[in-house]
Design a protein around this ligand. Structure first.
Ligand code: AMP
Ligand code: MG
Length: 485
């Protein structure tokens, strides 16, 4: 029987003054049971790899039974939601349980999402439904598999507690593991309430915990802000290159460590569509796919404003100015890997523009396109051409691409081998998540498990799972993802 005594759990956040949080016990759910357990992550954190026979661990992680190693707290934060400042945010349904040191020495926050009401719940019930919990579990692990900075999912539980949304649903829980749960909105809270000493304390602790190298800089706060800008730019470059739309880039959903955070109505693009909006409550398209870079900049500007008591205006402006060049360099590097073009040629800009214009006008499936391009050495060009409506245009484009490839130093086989590790075969398409959810709501979690296993290795050919790499059905491209989670 596993005991939490064997873990190294700390509570650094709890050592901060109580203006940072409220200690709250979880409100137990009725008959909680495991439905997913992330063995690899569990192993890394020192948890057992198999938990079917660990009822005591289930009791503790589901919040049913307290334990001396777990000291739950709800963090206070604020944030800009759809551009409007909301001072009343905070962990309204999640609790920080503590920080666990992994085997590699890295510390992860453990956070229980769906744990019941807190002082920051406003009108909410403090719960998370199964549907949204599955989406977060699968997507965070899929993102990790793709190599995109992200929070992780350690466990998922379902219960018999009814939760009322548009209809009655099952209450569920996610145990989230992340390097931090500190968001841009934490800084905004202390800034807008005029608690500038607390703001300084928060910055000091964040630097000490996560950016210790900044302590050696002439201006540690300036250097810390520069790092946040860099990490955010790198995360956005990954999103844009992989075709991921987050959907709710409010400043309370922006991790201070540049990790994809809070999975709601996210979506991976099917057809290449720069204006893709995955959040159906986003009527203006504020968080459309191609707006993500400028929204990230907007959010960093909001953070800069909140840091203005600690950092001179000039230094903040300078930090913000680095965002676009870092993003462009990183994005261009990732796109070159996707196209397999490692040498730089003067016509490349034109070539990329033409390629994206064509993909858009031909409504080419973004993921299949790049994967087919990576397999040209094995399958020839037909699978690429087949993705286009206008075959003559497709043929001409492929010919121009192959001509461009002749300027590369790598052989075709070598180029394609590298491209297959930059262009995933499997992504979490919305319709796949939806199918897994519909089965799970009937008590069958097999597809959730299958997808979780598959998406850990999105770049590998998994012949037995060919069906998950297919083009989405038409209904799957037009799914409306509800925001009420
Ligand atoms: P989200 O849209 O999940 O990023 O949440 C935005 C804010 O609403 C955060 O302060 C959450 O804690 C809070 N919130 C979301 N859903 C609930 C809920 N069901 N009960 C209480 N608070 C919630
Ligand atoms: Mg959130």
């Amino acid at each position: 029987m596993f005991s939490l005594d064997s873990l190294s759990v700390s509570h650094r956040f709890l050592a901060l003054p109580n203006s940072f949080y409220t200690q709250v016990e979880p409100t137990p759910l009725d008959n909680p049971r495991w439905v997913a357990w992330n063995q690899e992550l569990a192993g890394e954190l020192g948890f057992p790899e198999v938990v079917e026979d660990e009822p005591a661990l289930l009791d503790v992680l589901s919040g049913s039974v307290s334990n001396e190693h777990i000291k739950p707290l709800a963090m206070k934060y604020a944030g800009h939601q759809f551009g409007i400042y909301n001072p009343d945010l905070g962990d309204g349904r999640g609790l920080l349980l503590g920080e666990v040191a992994g085997k590699s020495g890295q510390t992860f926050d453990l956070h229980l999402k769906g744990a019941g009401q807190t002082p920051y719940s406003r009108m909410g019930d403090g719960r998370a439904v199964l549907r949204s919990t599955i989406r977060e579990y699968l997507c965070s692990e899929a993102m990790a598999g793709l190599g995109i900075p992200t929070t992780r999912a350690l466990a998922m539980m379902v219960s018999d507690t009814p939760v009322y949304r548009e209809e009655v649903e099952q209450g569920a829980l996610l145990v989230r593991a992340a390097d931090t749960h500190i968001r841009f909105g934490h800084f905004e809270h202390f800034f807008y309430t005029g608690q500038h000493e607390q703001l300084r304390l928060l910055a000091d602790r964040v630097i000490e915990w996560y950016f210790p190298d900044c302590l050696d800089a002439d201006k540690p706060y300036v250097s810390f802000f520069a790092e946040v800008v860099r990490l955010t730019a790198e995360m956005i470059a990954h999103w844009q290159a992989k075709g991921f739309a987050h959907g709710v880039m409010n400043t309370d959903n922006m991790s201070i460590l540049g990790q994809t955070f809070d999975y709601g109505p996210f979506g991976f693009m099917d057809d290449y569509e720069p204006g893709y909006i995955c959040n159906h409550s986003d009527y203006q398209g504020r968080y459309a796919f191609d707006n993500q870079p400028s929204i990230a900049m907007w959010n960093l500007t909001a953070l800069a404003h909140a840091l203005s008591p600690l950092i001179d205006r000039e230094d903040l402006d300078h930090g913000l100015e680095t965002f676009t060049p870092i993003l462009q360099t990183e994005y261009s590097c990732q796109m070159r890997d996707k196209f397999g073009l490692s040498t730089k040629q003067s016509e490349d800009g034109d070539f990329f523009n033409r390629s994206f214009d064509l993909m858009e006008s031909e409504k080419v499936d973004y993921t299949r396109f790049f994967r087919a391009l990576s397999n040209i050495d094995r399958t020839g060009i037909a699978p690429v051409v087949d993705l286009f409506i206008d075959r003559a245009k497709a043929q001409a484009w492929v010919e121009s691409y192959l001509l461009r490839c002749m300027l590369e130093n790598d052989s075709e086989a070598e180029r394609c081998r590298k491209m297959r590790s930059a262009n995933p075969k499997y992504i979490l398409r919305n319709y796949l998540a939806q199918q897994a959810i519909e089965l799970a709501e009937k008590g069958d979690f097999s597809l959730v498990h299958q997808l979780a296993d598959l998406l850990k290795f999105p770049y590998e050919e998994q012949a037995e799972h060919e069906e998950f790499a297919k083009l989405p059905p038409e209904w799957g491209k037009r799914m409306e993802i509800s925001c009420s989670s």
